[in-house]
Design a protein. Structure first.
Length: 295
């Protein structure tokens, strides 16, 4: 197919584009920078400079690519700014979907997250509602995701990938990344990424992870999936008291002591990947236990 990838040089996009090219697709990647355009061409894709907050820029880029499918991997977390990321989910998605509809695109795959579900005691599946009653600041995040997913659903065939926490090269959970800096106490004063990671507590809060390579592979597979939301997470949701020491060991950083009071917020429940596996997705790293050893 002819595919337009928005966010083609992000953590997922830079792994996704080569996979699409290798599968025989004709790929056009959107990027904000000349360096990003050079990277895309080196990967065998066409490149277009685009400002996702400028509707005309997005319309022109998508029209020129004339895609049969759009893959939405847009984020704005380089500076750890929640408001900027919420804006790209709302305005960026709106512009992208409008451009796709104008170009006659009937299939879209979009990035979402798997920790926006209502509180509960077990990992959430896709039938679980989003946590629309959340208090600020979580409320803003959930609302931006709801807007993204509702906008994407305007395309005839729409697959929303609710990813787990990314780890691996180019993510915050990588060797030399922000989480390692926090564990070492080496983060710069006012580091926004460290602020978003928050206090590192080896307690009972449950997370679901996905290696960034597996996230990209799911986006390729989703081009053949039916409409709907799909949790793209590994097989082992885990409390921080289990995964955090393993991460620290993998990067050679000191692990925090286990929390005495390991309280868990109700939404810190992890997610279930049964549907993704039924659809044929098989992660190369089925658990963070082995995945962290590759960092």
């Amino acid at each position: 197919m002819r595919i337009f990838v928005a966010g083609a040089t992000g953590a997922v996009g830079r792994r996704l584009v080569p996979l699409l090219v290798a599968a025989g697709h004709e790929v056009t990647g959107g990027t904000r920078t000349p360096q990003g355009a050079e990277r895309l061409r080196a990967q065998g894709a066409s490149a277009v400079r685009v400002d996702v907050f400028d509707a005309d820029s997005v319309h022109q880029a998508v029209a020129a690519a004339a895609p049969e499918a759009v893959v939405h991997q847009l984020t704005d977390l380089a500076h750890g700014d929640r408001a900027a990321n919420g804006r790209i989910r709302r305005a960026g998605t709106r512009h992208l979907v409008d451009a796709a509809k104008r170009a006659g695109v009937t299939r879209i795959v979009a990035q979402s997250i798997s920790w926006a579900y209502v509180p509960g005691d077990a990992p959430a599946d896709e039938s679980t509602p989003l946590d629309t009653a959340a208090e600020p600041p979580r409320a803003g995040m959930v609302d931006s995701l709801r807007a993204l997913e509702e906008t994407v659903a305007e395309i005839e065939t729409h697959v929303v990938l609710r990813y787990g926490t990314f780890y691996g090269p180019g993510t915050w959970y990588a060797r030399g990344g922000p989480l390692e800096a926090v564990l070492r106490g080496e983060q710069a004063a006012g580091d926004p990424a460290a602020a978003l990671i928050g206090p590192v507590v080896a307690g009972d809060a449950v997370s679901s992870f996905v290696h960034v390579e597996d996230a990209a592979r799911a986006a390729v597979a989703a081009l053949d999936w039916p409409s709907g939301t799909v949790n793209v997470v590994d097989d082992e949701p885990a409390p921080a008291r289990a995964w955090l020491p393993a991460f620290a060991s993998a990067v050679g950083a000191p692990a925090p002591a286990p929390a005495v009071d390991g309280g868990r917020a109700g939404w810190e429940r992890g997610a279930d990947n049964t549907l993704a596996r039924r659809l044929g997705w098989r992660p190369l790293h089925p658990t963070w236990r082995t995945g962290f050893t590759t960092l």
